[in-house]
Write a protein that binds this ligand. Structure first.
Ligand code: CIR
Length: 254
């Protein structure tokens, strides 16, 4: 059964890391109910939802995506670029070891899982304020025995590569060309976000082919529907104030 690893919203969320956004008040109970809806939606679509223990003091711990990269052959526990986030790793490793052989990154590598896009045997890593070239090299070394090719990607003014581009199926990406060069994905079919919706490239691809998608981007949603994708819309507006998008809130183990 496909599994989704999640973690509750910390009551310390107001103290989250912020890079490109101004700090706005975050309504904890609203964030929790939006997050609950996210989890029940995953369950309704066939995922066994495994919840890590609430980490009261770890402001960003709901954003589990940044702590691990899961491939069919192994799981890589990351080394997040923000030091405040490194204590999040232990809980994820403890659960993921039940599903995959684990590998760890080491200094000087820094990597947030939100910077990693995987399509088949290709891995792209955003060279962001969180993830670096040493991570590209270490991930290449760890995954080369399984035939992966890893490359670093320059990013515009966004936090993570997955703010700029996500796969919507095995041959197609949804991309904001303002933040990442679409030539990087020249071998793939490319759907561009509507230019009025700069955060609209983040999308969760479910095991049944449907897409979990943020309801705040109707013009891009329409582009996806026109290409035949089935969307499940969610409201992630509260965690968006913490610079978190929909992919950030789960690690999917298919
Ligand atoms: C951070 O800056 O680390 C958090 N406030 C947001 C992390 C979002 N994660 C993601 O995009 N994968």
């Amino acid at each position: 059964m496909p599994t989704a690893i999640v973690r509750p919203v910390s009551p310390a969320i107001q103290a989250c890391e912020l890079t490109h956004l101004e700090r706005l008040p975050i309504d904890l109970s609203n964030a929790q109910s939006q997050h609950n809806r996210y989890c029940t939606t995953l369950a309704a679509h066939g995922y066994q939802v495994v919840e890590l223990t609430l980490a009261e003091d770890l402001a960003d711990s709901v954003f589990v995506e940044d702590t691990a990269v899961v491939l069919p052959e192994l799981a890589i526990i990351t080394r997040p670029g923000a030091e405040s986030r490194r204590p999040e790793l232990a809980a994820m490793a403890a659960v993921l070891q039940n599903y995959r052989q684990l590998a760890w990154l080491s200094e000087p590598a820094t990597l947030d899982g939100g910077d990693v896009v995987v399509l088949g045997k290709s891995i792209w890593i955003g060279l962001s304020s969180r993830s670096n070239q040493a991570a590209v090299e270490q991930v290449q070394t760890l995954t080369a025995p399984f035939g992966y090719r890893v490359q670093g990607v320059e990013l515009g003014q966004c936090l993570h590569l997955k703010s700029a581009v996500c796969a919507v199926d095995q041959t197609t990406v949804l991309i904001n060309p303002q933040w990442v060069d679409r030539q990087v994905f020249a071998e793939y079919q490319v759907i561009e976000v509507d230019p009025r919706e700069e955060y609209a490239a983040n999308v969760v691809q479910l095991h049944d082919g449907r897409l979990l998608y943020e309801q705040a981007y109707p013009a891009t949603a329409e582009r996806l529907r026109q290409q035949g994708y089935q969307l499940i819309l969610l409201d992630n507006s509260e965690l968006a104030k913490a610079e978190g998008a929909l992919t950030c809130c789960s690690v999917l183990v298919d």
